[in-house]
Design a protein around this ligand. Sequence first.
Ligand code: NDP
Length: 470
Amino acid sequence: MHTQTGIFIPPDSTTSKTQRELVLSLKAASISTYAWGRSTKRSSWLRAIASTAMVCLAPVLIIVWYIALTSFQGSLFALVRAVSTDGLMPILKHYSPQFDSGVTAVYIGWLFLQAILYLYLPGKINTGQRTPAGHLLSYRTNGLAAWTVTHVAYLGLWSLGILDPAFIPKNWGSLIVAMNIAGYILSAFSFIKAHIQPTHADDRKFSGSSVYDFYMGIEMNPRIGQNFDFKLFVNGRPGIVAWTLIDISNIAYQYQVHSTISPALVLVSILHGIYVLDFFIHEAWYLRTIDISHDHFGFYLAWGSLAWLPTMYTIQSQYLGLYPTTPSWAYLAAVFGLGIAGYALFRSANNQKDRVRRSKGSCLVWGKPAAYIKAQYLTTDGAQHESILVCGGWWGRSRHANYVGDLMLSTAMCALAGTTTLMVWFYAIFMLILLVHRCLRDEERCRAKYGQTWDDYCKKVPWRLVPGIW
Ligand code: NDP
């Protein structure tokens, strides 16, 4: 069946019958117990232990990385050797990042600046995805303006001699402490707010395990008033705007300390810059990704965006700022090419899905009418909605082609550093684990949301990530 320009692939008769049955049975059942968002039955000892471990140990990982980077030439093995000879406590006492009230004040100022830019800079109003309870929220997308104003201000203060451009690496330990404190405070605030003053009470999820709820979040879209959306602000401002500033500051640091600016550091910073700018240019698309559409707001997102992202995603430039490497131009060109190819795939796949969905299938993909499946789903208010599952273009090759591009890009970011040092490669390893896990948890959710139609889609597009492999 043809729509204007799209090819709608109708489900077979058994499918439509099953889908109808699903809808009818869900309507007949108690709608309030049905949810295609995060499952409400997540309470288990294993999950509670895993959540506790993440909340307690993830910040320790940041500290270990910091100590290895600044005091052991980036070698985790050298740090482990030192711990085994000198003991853990003396090493921690001697090398741990230190609290500094001045740096903490600067960091608080940073959060306020980003909040003011978020609230008052002009921007287009866009909507996100419909939530499981049926809400369709609006967001002002002014991230690109906030990024630009921040960077112009940074460069301006630098050129006026007010700000040392290498301020960030010179105060990195104390910034790490401040970011972690902020991450914990915000996680605790979100947990309490979800209990006593939720924004959309019908979109909350309680698992039965308080630790799991603290870690994965209870509220879906906590807000203050109509405009201050915690999830978009925290995920999309202080940490990610800082990403490119951290790179610039490390370039300045490398120049001040080593009197050189290494091509490897410049190319890493360019790839980071492309990724960050892409995020802001396509901020409306970001509203329809898992972070904003489906994840609840707890430690995972709050601490993750405030502390984990700026510290662990920028390891390559932190390392190069301290220890410049000199890979050959041929190597740099090849790896940079891999990064650009990865970015092209990432953007092209994400655009395809967004375009087909926004045009309701009436668009071309690779010069041909878009191929898609119509899928029905219910929200907990009992209303029935229709969505589109794209199954042409990149989305006909694999169900998460966009992740493949991201993995190529993150591999290139690490490889550009030109070292086999494990900690520098951490970002690529982390992204592989994160995105493989995401494939699994997202598909579980999509199956609960779309029922048999999701299975039909999986039959049509059998590969999850890389065709022929997985
Ligand atoms: P997606 O943007 O792919 O969003 C997944 C959602 O899209 C699903 O939950 C489903 O939502 C919908 N969907 C699934 N299959 C289809 C289909 N065939 N056609 C149309 N819609 C479909 O995933 P993410 O939000 O995880 O990632 C977005 C980008 O961000 C990716 O490129 C990823 O690599 C990147 N990323 C980067 C991270 C980082 O830390 N650097 C972390 C995570 C992601 P619905 O309920 O609307 O149907």
